[in-house]
Design a protein around this ligand. Sequence first.
Ligand SMILES: [Zn+2]
Ligand SMILES: [Zn+2]
Length: 453
Amino acid sequence: MTPPSHYQRLPSMSRLSRSVLFLAVVSTTPLRAQHSTGVTAEVDAAYKQGEALYVDLHRAPELSFHETATAARIATELRQLGFDVTTGVGRTGVVGVLKNGIGPTVLLRTELDALPVTEATGLSFASAVRTRDDNGIDVGVMHACGHDLHMAAVVSTARIMAGDRSRWRGTLVVIGQPAEEVVSGARAMFADGLLTRFPRPDFAIAVHDDPRYPSGTIGYHPGPILSNSDAVTVHIFGKGGHGARPETTVDPVVIAARTVLSLQTIVSRETSPFDFAVITVGAIHGGTKRNIIPDEVRLDLSVRSLTDPVRKHLHAAIDRVVKAEAAAAAAPREPLIERGEPTNALVNDSALTTRISSMLIRELGPTRVRDVPPEGASEDFSEFQRAGIPTLMLKIGATEPAAYEKATREGTTLPSLHSSSFKPDLQPALRTAILAELLTLRELMPVVRAARR
Ligand SMILES: [Zn+2]
Ligand SMILES: [Zn+2]
């Protein structure tokens, strides 16, 4: 079943409270843009196929680095549009190249993977897929992050771009990136020659749906928008023994307890309140029985920041605090501190963001296109920026305006990304994603007409 049309629901919106300006203007302004009626008509023409693709992909999600059927489908779609397609880039990645004369090279990225979540949306096309994850555990699988919406948008945008090549000049590179949810797919594609075997992009563009904003809207922000994220594992060593004879031991449980509290002062006392920083101790493992003092306790930390100086300080302070607490307790061995593969903050190129956001505001109006604050989540689209390519990720509002208004009014929270109940407000969100991509690509790959003599 096709979800109900957003347009059919619009009349009831006129009764909504006008107290939330963002929503009020969105809900009373038709999604059809005043300045870009022609583009909206092109999106309308491509929409039906895009929605059908979305439904197919939503029904058949695949976990990170297992996106074989998904990749094959994207490859087939792009080939049919005339793209030169290569598969198996970075294991399951797809690269499609469409050359259209002399001009800039622009990369448009979608992710391919889904999450180990059992879907509870109740949608008629909900995923019933179960599989074994990489640890052999039986899990449900769901597109709970909206990567299906991103794929449908990217293919629809590619369809419009391929269908009318008189409106742009340059090289369009569309990629289906695997394994974003385990933040390793971008690195895998780079390691497999994404930037050397294919035209090197002058710009890299991506969109991500976001249920914190009403559907029909686009969010942008220059500079950091998603955080650095580092996994830190701390092994605290003590000297085990009988729980009744603590004087013969060095108790790592007590050292761990002190360490957890001291770590909290790094953000609260050593970091400016105006700098984003998080140190979360998400897991403590130690001990087996109440009357045994263990030899070791392990702490699992998640460390997040937006800038390199803050990140550097957090890590130096963690080392200092962890070692000092162990030394204060006369631990027999210095703690072992291990760091996992880091995810870098996603930084939108300032000049590119200003250029695209100004154009989008001009085309769609300031109520649909808004500067949104950065957040603490992470994404490996950051790897493109780290590779020296100006990047921009736009946020696509995904919550039905009435539900957004109700949640704002009542102070309740809506299902977030990765929730088993997350379902984007499909029609307006998908249309807006296509519109944003199409306008952005044409802005970056204009047809430059020769001046008359
Ligand atoms: Zn996700
Ligand atoms: Zn995602």
